[in-house]
Design a protein around this ligand. Structure first.
Ligand code: GRF
Length: 192
């Protein structure tokens, strides 16, 4: 059985990372071997530590304009990168090293509400303000442009009458938690 080593990049509370770690904890084919974060105080680091997953705190200049920590990722035999709440643009050096092996989750139906500055509550508030009738999630490959890589899955939720950015965020999170690990599993197996 060939095991694919995966690194999760996350800098928020890490609810998606927690689901992914849990989903693959007994897997024979996918192993979460590293949690990368750009915030030394992010909640996701605690989740990683509680699950005995090594962590790496990255520094902006080296990530964006240096080697992107590529030698370190290669040293750990990491084959696949998952972005789960990671806001920095992925540098060219990593995209070239991991072609179609980096995936991201975005809490809107891209291309709507994507691009720089579109994250978290900003998205959900904009969706409500624009009186959209639905929103959702997009899981996609990462390429050189923010939120523009090939889509792997979109799933939708209805916007109800008295929907708030907060209630929508909750619905979107539930959708993310259900789909993300399954799509990771599918893509990793497909591209092995
Ligand atoms: C998710 O909504 C994801 O779509 C976005 O960042 C958020 C991370 O949430 N890319 P969490 O930290 O996993 O709760």
């Amino acid at each position: 059985m060939i095991v694919t080593n995966v690194a999760i990049f996350a800098s928020g509370t890490g609810t998606n990372a927690a689901k992914i770690i849990d989903y693959f904890k007994d897997s024979n084919t996918i192993k979460i071997v590293l949690l990368v974060s750009n915030k030394a105080d992010s909640g996701v680091l605690t989740i990683a530590k509680n699950n005995l997953i090594p962590t790496l705190i990255i520094e902006k200049e080296n990530f964006l304009n240096g080697d992107g920590y590529l030698p370190f990722l290669k040293h750990l035999h990491i084959h696949f990168l998952v972005l789960a709440g990671f806001l920095w643009k992925v540098p060219q050096i990593l995209i070239q090293a991991y072609p179609k092996k980096i995936i991201n989750i975005h809490p809107s139906l891209l291309p709507k509400y994507g691009g720089k500055g579109m994250y978290g509550a900003n998205i959900h508030q904009a969706v409500i303000d624009n009186k959209e009738i639905k929103s959702g999630i997009t899981i996609h490959f990462v390429n050189e442009e923010f939120d523009e890589g090939e889509h792997l899955l979109q799933a939708t939720v209805e916007i109800e009458k008295n929907e708030t950015a907060e209630s929508l965020a909750h619905k979107i999170h539930r959708l993310e938690h259900f789909h993300f690990s399954r799509i990771i599993e599918w893509v990793v197996c497909k591209t092995k």
